[in-house]
Write a protein that binds this ligand. Structure first.
Ligand code: AMP
Length: 388
């Protein structure tokens, strides 16, 4: 792909007919020149990526401008080369949706009653490198064109694919819930917009990617690393449960890592805003389901306490505690019996925490406030909170 100056790239993107009309194949695909390699990208991103403010009423449109810097530092952060994937996809992927689904998926944060943002569109961003492909579309590193030029992850969802998978209501709920959450260990959703075929989510950029990938790479984490993640998870869950949000799908695949390695809960696809008790709808990954869900009983926020116990175990052992790769039924049975076995390598303190979370009776599961002051957690808590 030919290289281009930043100015010409911006013009090319601006020239793209993104919203509401079919892109013509003759339009040059936008490309990005890599700016001078930034040795200290991590530091810069920490400073200039959209902040994860733990306060209400904050959004990208009303954030204060960045501190005056020596140079145009933000625009010099390397966001990588855009591969033209959005236009490629849009030519061959997705159909127009109509009727109730079209109304359900006409999602635009500028119209939000709670936290309206400025009006966003694809024209608002410089496109950078691909970050990954999800089930419903691609995710890109992007930078807002206007000051203060925040770095974000832009995630695409094809509306017709959401409809085909019957997840349009779930997606809407996920977006509505995530939009209202502000916590350092919960991935921020800054805004969203849509065109005829797609929904775009403006997400906090998680610089170190998927936690699952890190776990797969090393097999299992040390007790120290596991304890620090669990500390951050418990902190985030206190916040979520305080807002009556039950996550219901905690597992390594739904966790991302920020630029300093801090944990970010990223997927609210199965979460519910449930001030009262709920009847069971079977959701989540089997390995992380608590006995009350396996047995089809009512459940409440204590399902997340159970999943936290499973997660602690998986971090340290490399596999969930009730896994049976040969038989799903056996996994169900093992969960219902709380058939928990520890390898000899696990410390007594870690076993104590896991056993107190993996209690059959939801009421007996350790409260999150006690997770946060459990000796195993306190022992490994870093003084510089957040970093691993
Ligand atoms: P998803 O559709 O959420 O599964 O995203 C697909 C892939 O894109 C993930 O597996 C990540 O590698 C990457 N990704 C998604 N969201 C972000 C983000 N906020 N920051 C960095 N990478 C992300």
């Amino acid at each position: 792909m030919a290289t281009a100056t930043v100015g010409s790239v911006t013009r090319q993107i601006a020239a793209l007919e993104i919203s509401g009309s079919k892109p013509s194949s003759s339009i040059a695909r936008p490309v990005h020149t890599k700016s001078i390699s930034q040795p200290n990208v991590a530091k810069l991103l920490t400073k200039f990526a959209a902040p994860n403010l733990n306060q209400s009423q904050s959004n990208l449109s009303n954030l204060p401008p960045p501190p005056p810097s020596r140079s145009n530092t933000q625009s010099s952060i390397d966001i990588g080369r855009y591969d033209g994937g959005l236009e490629l996809d849009n030519e061959k992927r997705g159909d127009l949706v109509s009727g109730e689904a079209a109304v359900e998926l006409a999602l635009d944060s500028s119209l939000s009653r709670t936290y309206p943002t400025q009006e966003w569109s694809l024209h608002s961003f410089d496109m950078g490198r691909p970050l990954g492909k999800g089930k419903f579309g691609r995710v890109y590193m992007v930078r807002t064109k206007t000051a203060p030029k925040y770095i974000l992850a832009l995630k695409t969802l094809y509306k017709s694919e959401l409809v085909a998978n019957k997840v349009e209501k779930q997606t809407r709920r996920e977006i509505e819930i995530q939009q209202n959450l502000r916590h350092p260990h919960v991935l921020r959703l800054y805004g969203f917009f849509h065109d005829e075929k797609r929904i775009f989510l403006m997400l906090e950029f998680a610089g170190k990617g998927e936690l699952y990938r890190q776990l797969s790479k090393v097999g299992s984490f040390t007790e120290k690393r596991s304890a620090r993640y669990i500390d951050q998870m418990a902190d985030a869950l206190v916040y979520l449960h305080g807002k009556h949000v039950i996550h219901r799908d905690i597992k390594p695949e739904n966790l991302l890592l920020g630029i300093n390695g801090e944990l970010k809960i990223a997927d609210f696809g199965w979460s519910v805003h449930a001030p009262g008790l709920r009847r069971m709808t079977l959701c989540g990954t089997l390995d992380y389901l608590p006995p009350e869900m396996v047995e089809g009983k009512e459940h409440n926020e204590k399902v997340d306490h159970w999943a936290l116990g499973v997660l602690t175990y998986e971090f340290m052992i490399g596999a969930p505690p009730f896994e049976d790769r040969k038989s799903v039924n056996n996994t169900y049975r093992r969960i219902a019996r709380v058939d928990l076995k520890f390898p000899a390598t696990i410390s007594a303190e870690a076993k104590d925490l896991i056993s107190k979370l993996l209690q059959y009776d939801p009421k007996q599961r350790l409260p999150l406030s006690e997770v946060l002051c459990h000796p195993w957690i306190v022992k490994y808590r870093s003084k510089a909170s957040g970093s691993i």
